[in-house]
Design a protein. Structure first.
Length: 127
């Protein structure tokens, strides 16, 4: 049996982190100082893209738990695939943004990893 509460918590946490990633985009870009228009567009695009990816990686397991049967292999595959991608993104964050002085960037690897761990535990811990 699946411990869906852990998947819910991990999913919602990642969705909220993704939403929180998108809203301050304008101020984040301004924080880089004087940039060319192309660089502003690239940073804006990448910042929003990561937020959207995080929202997707939270929604996929959430919708899987809500609308799927835990007896299906796709149930486990989709949740674990989201968790693996979050771990990959956490590693990337640990070697890039987390090395800055910006506190939310330092928190990124931990939040992504915690979300992934909760999702993994949700499918491996017997209920």
């Amino acid at each position: 049996m699946v411990l869906v509460v852990l998947i819910y918590i991990g999913s919602v946490m990642i969705i909220l982190w993704g939403i929180g990633h998108i809203f301050p985009t304008k101020s984040i870009v301004k924080g880089f100082g004087v940039l060319s228009d192309d660089n502003k567009k690239i940073i804006t695009m990448e910042w929003i893209a990561e937020g959207m990816a995080l929202i997707f990686l939270g929604l996929l397991p959430l919708f899987t738990v809500i609308f799927s049967d835990s007896n299906e292999s796709a149930f486990y595959i989709s949740i674990l695939a989201s968790a693996v991608m979050l771990i990959v993104m956490a590693i990337l964050s640990a070697f890039t943004g987390a090395r800055t002085s910006v506190l939310p960037m330092k928190m990124c690897p931990f939040i992504k990893t915690l979300g992934a761990i909760l999702m993994i535990l949700g499918v491996v811990i017997p209920m």
